[in-house]
Design a protein around this ligand. Structure first.
Ligand code: SF4
Ligand code: SF4
Ligand code: SF4
Length: 316
């Protein structure tokens, strides 16, 4: 049977697309990323937080962030209502009345960058203004590289990066885990100033173990809770609260270096129910499947071009 060149080429292209389409999302996703070797982070235990907001102040002070104004002309200062271009760390209260840390009661929640293990903001940034440190995993921002496209804002599943709309030279702002303090051997300011140990700094592996230790304890049992830095010897003895049996951030979207424990459902505290695979891994996998599907037709096409050229040269 004689096959026309045009039909053959059509078939080659179609087989490439089929190869790409054959990949299910589960096959298409790439492997999970591992924790960097010296990953550091924060364990926030909502059951220990008293809502004093000292961590908000510590964060502003060490990062030179301005206070929020109710009205700049009146020179009246106000409490931040949410994360903003001036506020990298916010503590909020869930619930209105009743017993602390019960579904109907109240609980505090502290929000800032999660320092994702597979960060969508880093993947979305076209100029690498956001990077994940390969050693300690901290996600930092380089204002000199930033072109202000705000793709990172759209990509972040936790709605963390903010943009300085009121600045003539706007930057993206977000928690960088106080990397300037880490570089000098210090720890995150919000953990250093927290009076109860609710915000605890340390190597992520140790924080994960600490979180699981707390979840395994009976409510009401006494425990020496580490304060500020899990590697220091400072402790405070408290009764263990009733925990939701889950470490938020250990697996969500491929995991993060900021972990949460709470006495109320995490969704009530604004921490969304998320899948274990990172969106970045899924997107990379689909991209890979498409390119992989194109390799076969490109090789065949290359071969065809070679044969046709050879034939034409012989004719000449
Ligand atoms: S929480 Fe958002 S800003 Fe922070 S590392 Fe993850 S994707 Fe980036
Ligand atoms: S780690 Fe530093 S920048 Fe991040 S919330 Fe805490 S004090 Fe603020
Ligand atoms: S300093 Fe500690 S106890 Fe006070 S609001 Fe922040 S996390 Fe909660």
């Amino acid at each position: 049977m004689k096959i026309r060149r045009r039909d053959f080429l059509k078939g080659v292209a179609a087989s490439g697309l089929l190869l790409a389409a054959e990949q299910t999302p589960a096959q298409a996703k790439r492997a999970r990323k591992d924790l960097p070797p010296n990953a550091v982070g924060i364990l926030y235990d909502s059951t220990l937080c008293i809502g004093c907001k000292v961590c908000e102040h510590g964060c502003k002070e060490t990062n030179n962030m301005p206070m929020e104004h109710a009205n700049p002309k009146e020179r009246m200062w106000d409490n931040p209502q949410d994360l903003s271009a001036k506020t990298l760390n916010i503590v909020k209260r869930y619930g209105v009345a009743g017993e602390k840390d019960s579904v109907e009661g109240f609980a505090f929640i502290k929000r800032h960058c999660m320092h994702c293990i597979d960060p969508a903001c880093v993947s979305a940034c076209p100029v690498s203004a956001l990077v994940k440190n390969p050693e300690n995993g901290v996600v930092t921002y380089n204002k000199k590289a930033c072109i202000g496209c705000r793709y990172c804002q759209v990509a972040c599943p936790y709605n963390i990066p903010k943009f300085q709309w009121d600045s003539p030279f706007p930057e993206i702002t977000k928690c960088q885990l106080c990397s300037h303090l880490l570089a000098k051997g210090g720890i995150s300011a919000c953990c250093a100033v927290c009076p109860t140990g609710a915000s605890l700094f340390g190597p992520v592996e140790k924080l994960r173990l600490e979180a699981k230790r707390r979840l395994a304890m009976e409510p009401g049992e006494y425990y020496d809770f580490p304060v500020a830095n899990i590697e220091s010897t400072e402790v405070q003895q408290h009764r263990v609260g009733g925990y939701v049996k889950h470490v938020y951030g250990e697996r969500e979207l491929g995991g993060s270096q900021v972990l949460y424990l709470a006495g109320v459902p995490f969704a009530n505290l604004g921490l969304p129910d998320l899948p274990e695979d990172s969106y970045v891994a899924l997107a990379d996998g689909i991209q890979y499947a498409i390119y992989k599907g194109m390799v076969y037709p490109l090789v065949v096409l290359g071969g065809l071009i070679y044969i046709i050229r050879n034939r034409e040269e012989k004719k000449e």
